[in-house]
Design a protein around this ligand. Structure first.
Ligand SMILES: CC(C)(COP(=O)(O)OP(=O)(O)OC[C@H]1O[C@@H](n2cnc3c(N)ncnc32)[C@H](O)[C@@H]1OP(=O)(O)O)[C@@H](O)C(=O)NCCC(=O)NCCS
Length: 160
């Protein structure tokens, strides 16, 4: 299976509907693993606007994974630089695989391509965040060598 996975940059708008569907499935997964009320209701229109607003940026990796010409996964990453300290790193902003293709090596392959891109752009590390309750994703990242370096805290004004 792994040999037939092709990773390439987004082609928009051609890939948009496939990306919207995969993003929506990921959003659904996050609703499933975190029963707290959402800040924003899940909406295909919101997701469509998100992909319509993407502009090419050399400091951003926008990658799809294809199997037999079908888009089955996506990864988005961004370079982070701090001029004063010289820090250069990459940050994974999205990783998602369509439900039917999860657990078959697509996410692993997308992360390998993100890391390759990051090295090419001078990154010395890759960082990401994931929900504390996202056990599957955390297992994947740990297998790939990622360790927990920080805890994200949030406070909701609408819950006060
Ligand atoms: C997390 C995700 C991107 C991983 O992609 P993938 O193609 O399923 O991953 P791979 O097949 O390369 O690797 C399999 C590993 O992913 C993890 N995993 C997460 N969800 C899984 C699922 N539904 N099925 C199988 N493995 C899953 C496991 O750690 C698994 O390793 P294991 O076989 O040792 O248990 C994908 O499952 C997904 O889209 N999940 C929903 C969205 C999400 O949580 N994205 C991450 C946000 S930080």
């Amino acid at each position: 299976v792994a040999a037939s996975i092709v990773v390439r940059p987004y082609r928009l708008p051609a890939d948009a509907e496939a990306l919207v569907r995969i993003f929506d499935e990921s959003w659904q997964h996050h609703e499933d693993i975190d029963p707290k009320p959402r800040m924003v209701p899940r909406s295909l229109d919101v997701i469509r606007r998100r992909f319509a607003a993407i502009v090419p940026d050399p400091d951003r990796a926008l990658l799809v994974a294809e199997v037999d010409g079908e888009v089955v996964g996506l990864a988005e990453a961004r370079m982070r630089r701090d001029e004063s300290s010289g820090f250069v790193g990459a940050y994974v902003e999205e990783l998602a695989v369509t439900v039917a293709w999860r657990g078959r090596g697509v996410g692993t392959r997308l992360m390998a391509e993100v890391e390759r891109w990051a090295r090419q752009h001078g990154a010395r590390s890759v960082a990401l965040d994931t929900m504390e309750t996202n056990a599957g994703a955390r297992r994947l990242y740990e297998r790939l060598g990622y360790t927990t370096r920080a805890v994200i805290m949030a406070k909701r004004f609408d819950r006060e």
